[in-house]
Design a protein around this ligand. Structure first.
Ligand code: IDC
Length: 442
């Protein structure tokens, strides 16, 4: 039996079993996450329109799924879908990854989510079929199966070089509407994406360890994985360390989370674990390595062959550190993040040198603007990165899948469509990214 078919059968059994378990337990989980106290404690000036949950209401249903809530797309006739998804306000922007002198852009904190169901459904298919239009070559996961790391390369099940490409969500707590089957399908079919990254902040406002509703957040991750799986796409579960600076801050929570995720997705060849987004604030490689040495064995015990990505010091820029002192596990890659208008030749040189020293690099986040996630889009610097990325077979995920009023959001602020975007619906970065891989064949 082909790996893909085998995997789909397993996945179906796992899902069915989990749903039965959920029914048997009759466990009810409160919806919508945090109380108004969390929302009102937000320091951001973000505006969240009250219509955002309406969009989701029309396109998905929550069922109790073991201890998670599973959001289920509606039937083909449009019946059966509902949910209650209450996005939280994201926090005031810090300036991750910038040199000390990079100023913070005040406009980065402006956000308007306007996910009105009418607009969202008018141009995107409102009734996902759950029968993805897989090309005659099969989906990416059908064709490439379990991935592994060989030397500095990501390779597929037959040992051929593999490059993953796609979008990272924004914080799933703040922009949950984009965890959506149609959204992922459009990215796959129109943009040529073969991977989605699910960014779950661990330490910010409404982060997993800082007041977020854990069951709701895990439900979103769960949905994201299931949609990607249905679509034959790879999916990265990102423990988005940022405001918490060192992954040691919430190490115990991380261990529990990854134990749960890797046991749930043990048989999914498409699930990749990113265990700490961007250590910062002086966190050393040895501290990150100590964390990784505790978390990776937990993942390995459940899912021995999955790819694990580890963040690196200084907002995932110091890939020279693991190049000099690698972790002692197979199938591990190191994260490098760049924002093209801030990070130029210096970081590109660091990356190439690290690869030459044997470090497998995965760019799990990049933008074309500055490191604040805002500011001018620098296409020529972005193109330099793109050449290097292709030259070295590096996988790359673009930040971010949202319509926030910041340059790194790929959807224009004010556009509420969840899929079916034309160039007019996209930000400058969105238009460029869309053009990069549209006709690529995976
Ligand atoms: C930014 C978002 C912004 C949000 C902020 C929260 O774009 O809307 O308010 O986080 O602190 C990173 C981080 C990523 C940042 C992004 C842009 O991993 O979370 O997102 N960035 O600043 N590293 C470098 C840049």
């Amino acid at each position: 039996m082909k790996t893909g078919k085998f995997f789909r059968s397993i996945a179906a059994v796992v899902v069915a079993a989990a749903m039965l378990a959920g029914c048997a337990k009759k466990e009810e989980v409160p919806l919508g996450g945090e109380s108004s106290s969390v929302v009102s404690s937000a320091s951001s000036t973000s505006t969240v329109s009250s219509t955002s949950s309406a969009t989701s209401s029309s396109s998905a249903a929550i069922r109790t799924h073991s201890s998670y809530k599973l959001i289920v797309p509606p039937n083909a006739d449009g019946t059966g879908g509902s949910t209650s998804v209450t996005p939280h306000s994201d926090p005031v922007q810090s300036t991750p990854g910038a040199s000390q002198s990079t100023p913070q852009s005040s406009s980065a904190v402006q956000s308007t989510v306007q996910s009105s169901s009418t607009a969202a459904n008018s141009s995107s298919s409102s009734t996902p079929t759950l029968k993805p239009p897989v090309s005659s070559n099969g989906s990416a996961v059908d064709r490439h199966g379990w991935l592994s790391v060989m030397g500095t390369d990501l390779v597929d099940q037959s040992g051929s070089k593999m490059q993953l490409y796609g979008m990272s969500t924004h914080g799933i707590a703040w922009f949950p509407d984009y965890i959506n089957y149609d959204t992922f399908r459009f990215l796959r079919d129109d943009w040529g994406a073969n991977c989605i990254r699910l960014a779950m902040y661990s330490g910010e406002n409404s982060g997993y360890c800082t007041g977020g509703d854990k069951q709701w957040l895990k439900g979103l991750v769960n949905n994201g994985v299931e949609y990607a799986t249905e679509l034959g796409m790879y999916v990265i579960i990102d423990w988005h360390v940022l405001g918490d600076r060192t992954p040691m801050t919430y190490k115990e929570e991380a261990k529990k989370f990854f134990d749960e995720m890797s046991s749930r997705y043990a048989d999914y060849p498409n699930v990749i674990y990113e265990i700490c987004n961007e250590p910062n604030g002086g966190t050393s490689w040895s501290e990150i390595a100590a964390y990784a040495n505790e978390v990776i064995p937990i993942i390995r015990a459940n899912s021995p062959d999955s790819i694990v990505i580890v963040g690196t010091p200084t907002w995932s820029q110091e890939v020279d550190k693991p190049a000099a002192n690698p972790l002692q596990f197979d199938n591990v890659m190191y994260a490098l993040h760049f924002y093209a208008d801030t990070h130029r030749d210096g970081l590109r040189n660091t990356m190439v040198n690290a690869i030459r020293s044997g470090a497998p690099i995965f760019i799990t986040e990049f933008g074309m603007c500055d490191a604040s996630g805002n500011g001018a889009v620098n296409e020529s610097e972005a193109n330099k990165w793109k050449s290097l990325i292709d030259e070295h077979n590096i996988s790359y995920m673009c930040w971010n899948l949202a319509n926030k009023g910041e340059s790194s959001s790929i959807i224009r602020s004010g556009c509420s469509k969840l899929s079916g975007w034309t160039d007019d619906d996209l930000s400058t970065q969105g238009r460029i990214i869309r053009s990069w891989r549209r006709n690529a064949d995976y």
